[in-house]
Structures are given as structure tokens and as C-alpha cells.
Design a protein around this ligand. Structure first.
Ligand SMILES: [Zn+2]
Length: 215
């Protein structure tokens, strides 16, 4: 399958992508991974991207598209791929459409994993992470608390709420998503490619995607 996965932070895109890749051997592709891959491989585009990242700047879209173009034509993408967290904006979606036409790849669907805001807030703000950087075990104060409150089961270090997982930080991330990325749902709807899945478990999302593709 060749899919774009859309969904707010905390909607579970990563988990769904992992389960889908197990089904048919398609590969999960995220912008961060392919940038790191190109830098490690030392390609021309990778070297350019590295310059931007080292300077703490965003990698420009045309460079990301160039790296995406190389990545999508690698052998492991022949069985299919899942774009996770890309495109992020309408200009990127337009550039991707142009690129796919040029390299003759047809997408099956853009899947919008639609999880209510309060469910996402609850899911993310109840997460706790072990403060020991070598451990980083993840807990959830509701569904998976440490045996001793505030202490990691594995290493005994304090278990903390990450700065980017507070109510305030997550509300801000969701607002940014709604402003920049949510319009993509309309874009793919117009393209006739959109499948919206309103489910809260990854199994249900996977099932809906399978029946949506007809595979
Ligand atoms: Zn720990």
C-alpha cells in the first residue's frame, strides 16, 4: 500500500504505521528519518541538509522534496510506503503531487486519523518518562503507573512529565497542527483520496484502512 498518514500529534500515526508495515512489507517514511539517512549516507542533498540542521535552521522544502524523490525510488519502496508526518503543509502536498506524477507513483489513500482533542490531551498529558537518559522508560499515570509513585520500575530514577507533554505545550502543538496541517484534509478530499478514520484503537484504524484500500 502507498499511503499518506495524517493526524494530530498523539493520534497514533506511528503505532498505526508500524502495524501496517508488518502486514505487507511496506516501509514507514518520516521526514526526520530520511533526512538523517541522507546525511549519514553523505549524498549531495544530505550534505546540504546537514548544513541547515547544524545551523539550527529548517530544511527548505525543495531540499526535502529532492531527498524524498531519491528515497521513494529506492528498492524497498516497491512493496509500498507510508508517509508519516509528511506532507505537513499545502505547498509540500502540492510539490509531492507533482513529484509522484513525475516519477510515476500512484498513492492509494491519504488517511486522516481523527481522534478527539480531549482524547489526545488525556493520552499525552498522562504520560511520564524516566528522567534517566539511559533508560527513558515510559509510563502512564492512568493506564501504566510505576509501582512506586514517581519512581522508575527499571532504574529507580525519578519519573517526570516532559516539558513538551504538559497541558499547555500539547494545546500549543494541537493548535499549530490545526492551523498548518489540518488543511491537508481538505486538500486530499478534493483530490478524491481521503479516508477519514474516527477510531481510538490502532487495531480499528488498521482494519478501516485495509477495507478502505480493498486489500
Ligand atoms: Zn528508568
Amino acid at each position: 500500500m502507498k499511503l499518506i498518514l495524517l493526524g494530530a500529534p498523539g493520534a497514533g500515526k506511528g503505532t498505526v504505521a508500524k502495524e501496517l508495515t508488518k502486514l505487507d512489507g511496506s516501509v514507514q517514511i518520516s521526514t526526520g528519518d530520511i533526512l538523517r539517512g541522507a546525511v549519514q549516507a553523505g549524498t549531495e542533498l544530505g550534505k546540504k541538509a546537514d548544513g541547515f540542521m547544524k545551523a539550527g535552521d529548517l530544511v527548505p522544502d525543495d531540499l526535502i522534496m529532492g531527498i524524498m524523490e531519491e528515497r521513494l525510488q529506492e528498492d524497498d519502496c516497491k512493496k509500498g510506503f507510508l508517509l508519516d508526518g509528511f506532507p505537513r503543509t499545502i505547498p509540500q502536498a502540492e510539490a509531492l503531487k507533482e513529484l509522484l506524477t513525475r516519477i510515476d507513483i500512484e498513492l492509494d489513500l491519504a488517511v486522516n486519523i481523527d481522534v478527539p482533542r480531549d482524547v489526545i490531551l488525556d493520552r499525552l498529558t498522562t504520560r511520564r518518562t524516566c528522567s534517566n537518559t539511559d533508560c527513558q522508560a515510559i509510563y502512564n499515570v492512568k493506564s501504566n503507573p510505576p509501582k512506586v509513585e514517581g519512581k522508575c520500575d527499571k532504574c529507580g530514577s525519578p519519573v517526570i512529565q516532559r516539558a513538551d507533554e504538559t497541558d499547555e505545550a500539547i494545546s500549543k502543538r494541537l493548535d499549530t497542527y490545526n492551523e498548518k496541517t489540518a488543511p491537508l484534509v481538505g486538500f486530499y478530499e478534493k483530490e478524491g483520496m481521503l479516508l477519514t478514520v474516527t477510531a481510538t484503537s490502532s487495531e480499528e484504524v488498521v482494519k478501516s484502512i485495509q477495507s478502505g484500500i480493498g486489500k
